[in-house]
Design a protein around this ligand. Sequence first.
Ligand code: PEP
Ligand code: MG
Length: 753
Amino acid sequence: MLTQLRDIVDHVAKAESLDDALALLVKNTRHSMHTECCSVYLMSNDNLRLELMATDGLKAKPKTVSLGIDEGLVGLVARTCEPLNLANASVHPSYKYIPSIAEYKFNSFLATPIIYRRQNLGVLVVQQKEKRQFTEIEESFLVTLSAQLAVVLAHAKAQESWSTQLQTSSTQQKQFKGISASNGVAIAPLWFDDAQPKVEAILPSSCLDIEQEQDRLGIAVELALKDFRRARKRFEQELNTETLAIFDLFTHLLNDPMLKGALKKQINQGDSAEWALRQVIESYAGRFERMSDSYLSERANDVRELGQRLLYFLNNEGKLDIDLSHPVILVTTQLTASMLASIPKDKLKAVISLEGAANSHAAILSRALGIPAIMGVEFNPTHYHKELAIVDGYSGSLYIKPTEALILEYVELQNEEAALSELITQDLDKPTLTQDGHRMKIHLNAGLSADSSIAVNQGVDGVGLYRTEIPFLLHQRFPSEEEQYLQYKSILETYPQKPVVMRTLDIGGDKPLPYLPIEEDNPFLGWRGIRFTLDHPDIFLLQLKAMVKANIGNENLSIMLPMISGIPELKQARILINQACEEVLSESNDHFSKPRIGMMVEVPSMLYLLPRVAGLVDFISVGTNDLTQYLLAVDRNNSRVSHVYESYHPAVLLALKQIVDTANQYNLPVSVCGELAGDPIGCLLLMGLGYQSLSMNTSNVAKIKYIIRQVTLAEVKHRVNILLHHDDAEKILADMILFFEKKELSGFIRAGK
Ligand code: PEP
Ligand code: MG
């Protein structure tokens, strides 16, 4: 049974077009189930009609018959999302006789909905003349087949090979939906960068430093191996074993000592890694091609594909092959923080990532840069390279080849945005007071940009979070103490007299270092943040010493520790900070004061330990991005579960309340530096919960200051106290939207179209 299932899905997946795929599906299913008729209906885009797309057994021609969602047994299956198994279909109250189908000769009827991620794509039906109930085994076969088929069909739909009569649109404009990751609107041509240089285009070249070239190759092999393992894991649920085996083959080839040896030998002879790769791959592919066994000779293509991937990793230093003569909307498969950090901001109107979610570090960086971004958009970008498009970062919509009318509408929206941005910049340098005179401290999140200096923002009370990872990500090796020292010093000097909180290295998770590949099944639960730095006191001490030295003469540094999950980590980190201070002291004659030490609250365990933390740190800062991820057990980077990542989830709000209440009880200064602090609704929620200090990206500062100035603390507290009793995030959001409307602040939370 498993083999039959696999054969059917395999054939369908390999078909040239959707029509061929569905014709094969009905033929093979009818055959495998020994039944007399099999048909498949697909749902129209408006979810109102089902069109007969293929049949093996019915009289009607495909695409000539369609049913309303409220019509007949097929409509019933689509509506209820449940299989229907009937011995005598014609006596069922929902039965509808359709003359053009002429199915009167069939009595028994078994149908299952085809559902992909809660979305009903269509209905699969088998019928038989004999009046009998289909068996349970037959029913589960059809259910399993539909579930597997759904993945293939959803993919076809996303790639636009899905075109029924009902769905053909007369207009050229295309609309796709993704997850809104950074607000704003952009109109520009799309630029698809799949960062895939071609092996056959490599020209002969030599290298000067053989050892360095071998290292480059070694890193590329490691990265490719990791990528194959990750891809295999990702597709494990969706693809069958044979298809998955391709990843195993790649891994096997990459581990092959002969292939590795051949590559090394070429480089030892003075060839560049790329040129070595081309020669070795072509010789290997040629050898396979000459084999008489057809299976083996076809493996030549796999070898070429492998070469292609290796080349990608050899060149993948965060650089993009992009024409920067005019601004574009960048489309990539997986947007990375280093990719974004390396493109000049004025050339980037918006970004679209086919994978990823709203709280990935790349998404945070887009927000920090004020670049509209949509993540997890399913479409085929190769069809639209260089086409004009509109990105609506508020609603997560992408319009390609937009109509004149739509362009005008969005130009109008851009004008409104510009007017709003002028309004909010008034009094930017003044302190932030609510209407009833309460002071909110507004700090800056910085460090995600490639610039070594940081934007001067007069309107802030200091830097609440300086992320130190990006310089580490952009290098080909760990930056030296001196390099770090110069960078930290320039930041501390930019904010004289104001506190600057520098966070120690938080790599791992979705920020792996290119030169230190870490192989893990669950990187967000793995070797990340403080866990990595405590295991590497050499790297940690270097960073701490650079920070402490940079503070001499500035005296405004606070050091913050990421990803603390228990007291021992905190104590060990403190010992190393003391050691760094003593070493700097022994090397310097200058006046010297020890930095304040703080901790991020982002692992839920720390909620219970806060009273014990109080004596060990000078302040805490809540990282709502990770706290939400760990509290709700949802990967902040996975578009498939992004709907579960709810920033206004009642549990998140209750946790935030507990943190601020405990901190106040123990006189522990507390602030929030996660994305919630820079979110218009989030900032008021936090204020209502009792937070008086928020840290956010520079692009949010003016907006958040303006919003806070339009409200009283009393009314916000009152509202939040009510919201805390709501059971779901949607209700909390709806109530906050009403509040924003009442305060005439809706422009800041424009839900988009
Ligand atoms: C957080 O987790 O909220 C945070 C500020 O840290 P990062 O986003 O860098 O993980
Ligand atoms: Mg974090």
